[in-house]
Design a binder for this molecule. Structure first.
Ligand code: ATP
Ligand code: MG
Length: 476
């Protein structure tokens, strides 16, 4: 399939010359490219045909075409049209109008959502010359920028050429036309796929200023596709990384999940650090990694990488992953550092942990939001790290029933794999879960017997407090 695609690109570059190919639109007829309807979800096809039959232009765009041409299974299918969101919404009873920043339509088929957006004009160009360039059949102009030049809303509709220009990278501006099955390449995306490079459309500084998240997206695609970020695209990233401070924490939270929780976490983490972007997502962890801080029971760098590797492996194996687990990993090094500080101030272990957790979470939400439905299980996982060593009596059985046991156990294994010495605790829990009940008791006794290991032993019996004498009490 890729061979066919290669010959297609050769044709394209020989037609226009490699430099000019980025400026000239290229329409490739159906029999000269390898993207076909067979590669498209039936629901996306339904949406495309319905729009087409109603007299609108309808194209597939973005990730689904890019991924297919590279040989990766597309994640979802995005449709773009000259119908306004309202017009598209009217065509589908199973659709919803969503978004403020970008108004669009979601058409729902069971668990699959087909996103339908309207051709948009690049709003920077729009401010000077849009009325002349814009597709006049489309109404609904609405654009807004923050004081930092960040695009807050972008609902100015335009032609397909304008729509291509306002997309982020050249390989994301490839369109598949349902009317004649041709592929449209307005920005040289095919040549860039051929060269395995990520190239931003237009002036990188201006494009990052408009939307700093594009810097994160460049890193995400570099890791996901194993592509190079082309030099001009990469050059301003370090210097402009600070613009991420102006992005709402809720949006950055979503980006972090895509960056670190999609199967390429380790590579993405390293690239984010290399490009100076990680600091704006996890400031505490970034500073801690820079400082080189470590303790006998935690090496932050090794631990984070082990945690991300575990998430990547789960995704490769088709297993589920939870955002709270990922966040529990990323914040644990800071939690252990703060925990030590609170203990030094005289707090007992568990209250010190709770204070540390609150402090770390409070700091983190200033950068990336963490919904409460995630922060509660994160605290539980951390809490259980202190409870899993205590297995005497009925405790081990009770812990097994804890709704967060499994996650806490996985977390424990990651700690051990990253070099934390826990006296075989992970192995003990692995055996305990598999063992029949009578052997479980033997395992508990074995743990109990290890008196030298304070974590596995019963708590020391407290000496009963001496009763205060009546005379003393009466003085109080
Ligand atoms: P994937 O879904 O596999 O992560 P994608 O390219 O489909 O990758 P989406 O976030 O689904 O990414 O976006 C769909 C398309 O919208 C992109 O291909 C791109 O053309 C455009 N796009 C998304 N985010 C931006 C942005 N911040 N700036 C400009 N264009 C964007
Ligand atoms: Mg997508």
């Amino acid at each position: 399939m890729l061979a066919g695609f290669r010959s297609l690109v050769r044709k394209a570059t020989s037609l226009f010359g490699s430099d000019e190919s980025s400026q000239l639109p290229l329409e490739i007829p159906r029999d000269e490219h390898t993207f076909s309807r067979k590669n498209v979800s039936p629901n996306a096809l339904k949406v495309l045909y319905r729009l087409h039959e109603a007299g609108f232009d309808a194209y597939l765009v973005g990730g689904c075409i890019r991924d297919h041409l590279i040989g990766i299974e597309p994640k979802d299918f995005d449709v773009v049209t000259n119908a306004t969101p309202e017009e598209a919404h009217d065509l589908f009873s199973n659709s919803r109008l969503i978004g403020r920043r970008f108004k669009l339509v979601h058409v729902t088929y069971g668990r699959e959502i087909i996103e339908v957006s309207t051709f948009r004009a690049n709003s920077a160009a729009q401010q000077s010359e849009a009325p002349a360039k814009a597709n006049t059949s489309l109404k609904g102009k609405d654009t807004a920028r923050s004081t930092h030049g960040i695009l807050l809303r972008d609902n100015v509709y335009g032609s397909i050429e304008e729509d291509a220009e306002r997309r982020d990278f050249t390989f994301n501006a490839l369109y598949y036309n349902i009317a004649d099955f041709s592929l449209h390449d307005y920005c040289g995306g095919l040549a860039d796929i051929e060269q395995r490079q990520i190239r931003i459309i237009g002036d990188p500084r201006q494009r990052y200023q408009e939307d700093p998240v594009r810097m994160l997206r460049a890193i995400r695609f570099a890791a996901k596709l194993d592509f190079e970020i082309e030099a001009v695209t990469a050059a301003p990233i370090k210097e402009m990384a600070h613009l991420l401070d102006h992005i709402p924490p809720a949006r950055l939270f979503e980006e972090v999940l895509k960056l670190l929780g999609s199967g390429n976490g380790v590579t993405t983490f390293k690239l984010l650090r290399e490009y100076g972007l990680f600091k704006y997502l996890f400031p505490d962890l970034d500073a801690l990694l820079d400082s080189g801080w470590q303790r006998k029971d935690i090496q932050p760098d090794a631990f984070v990488i082990q945690g991300l590797e575990n998430t990547d492996a789960r995704i490769r194996e088709g297993k589920s992953t939870a955002p709270y687990f990922l966040y529990a990993i990323l914040l644990w090094p800071s939690v252990t550092l703060r925990h030590e500080e609170f203990e030094q101030q005289g707090l007992p272990a568990l209250p010190a942990l709770h204070q540390a957790a609150s402090m770390v979470l409070d700091n983190q939400v200033a950068s990336t939001a963490i919904p409460r439905r995630f922060s509660t299980p994160m605290r539980e996982i951390w809490d259980l790290q202190f409870r899993l060593p205590k297995r005497y009596g009925k405790r081990a059985f009770t812990l097994l029933q804890h709704p967060r046991f499994r996650a806490a156990y996985d977390f424990l294994l990651i700690r051990e794999l990253s070099g934390t010495e826990l006296g075989g605790l992970g192995q003990w829990w692995s055996e305990f879960q598999k063992a029949p009940e009578n052997q479980q008791r033997a395992l508990i006794n074995k743990a109990d017997a290890r008196q030298g290991d304070s974590d596995t032993s019963k708590p020391k019996r407290r000496r009963p407090r001496r009763r205060k004498s009546n005379s003393k009490r009466s003085q109080e």
